[in-house]
Design a protein around this ligand. Structure first.
Ligand code: FE2
Ligand code: FE2
Length: 256
């Protein structure tokens, strides 16, 4: 047990992504606050450490016969940025407008019996307002820099180099914005009673809550891939100290 309790939460998820189910269940943040030990994370949430370890062991056992890890775990640098754009950014662009429409409809119909929907709708709008420019910054500034870094690396010493400082600034900005998104998601979850459907919820209301659960899980995975896999790879390559601790980064170093 001690082996696991002293490991970083981000590391535990990178070693076995199926463990996200356990962390989602106990509401332990593995994406924005993954750079702390399981022991510290449980203490911060006031959860019994032994229960979490037991749940992780059970999840590991259930996945013992599944050898294959998700293919994105093996991706590095620009390939990982491409994957994030194609999956998570595309998902958000497709889902957010539809979800907003549904949210507005449900709020109009149910706001008298569930006035918390009015605040929740405002918070959801704030989430969209943060996410759209955030994705644009990644797609137009940070990810192209990562691709350029890979390109110049493959062209050898003669190619113009990207300066550490010019890369560190967007990395930090994105991490800061991830924290803000994480905070907004928590606010939404709290306002809507952990997305549990009230007894009088109609099918549209239930559809909205299920959509929010999916959105939350996807965003956790999305931010986890960026904070705990992609950004540490870039920092290690550039020799920039990792503010989350060197052991946050995953796997072998990315060498363009
Ligand atoms: Fe992203
Ligand atoms: Fe991001």
């Amino acid at each position: 047990m001690s082996e696991m309790t002293d490991q970083l939460v981000s590391r535990l998820v990178l070693d076995a992504p199926h463990r996200t189910i356990v962390f989602e269940h106990f509401e332990i943040d593995f994406c924005c606050n993954g750079a702390r030990s399981l022991r510290d994370a449980c203490r911060a949430r006031g959860i019994d450490l032994a229960r979490v370890v037991e749940a992780i062991a059970a999840a590991d056992e259930a996945h013992a016969d599944i050898d294959e890890l998700p293919s994105w775990l093996g991706l590095r640098g620009s390939a990982l940025a491409d994957h994030i754009e194609r999956t998570h950014h595309a998902y958000l662009r497709a889902e957010l407008p539809t979800m907003m429409e549904l949210f507005e409809k449900v709020t109009v119909v149910h706001r008298l019996r569930h006035p918390e929907l009015v605040d929740a709708l405002r918070v959801f709008q704030a989430l969209i307002n943060d996410l759209v420019p955030h994705m644009e910054s990644e797609e137009h500034v940070l990810f192209p820099m990562i691709r350029r870094l890979e390109e110049t690396g493959s062209k050898g010493a003669g190619a113009p180099r990207i300066q550490c400082a010019s890369l560190e600034h967007p990395l930090r900005s994105m991490e800061f914005e991830h924290d803000a998104v994480g905070g907004t998601l928590s606010e939404l979850r709290e306002l809507l009673e952990r997305f549990e459907a009230p007894e009088d919820a109609c099918p549209s209301y239930r559809l909205l809550l299920n959509g929010l659960i999916r959105l939350e899980r996807d965003l956790h995975e999305h931010i986890h891939k960026e904070n705990n896999l992609l950004f540490p790879q870039v920092r290690r390559l550039m020799g920039i100290p990792d503010p989350g601790g060197s052991s946050r980064s995953a796997g072998p170093m990315w060498i363009p």
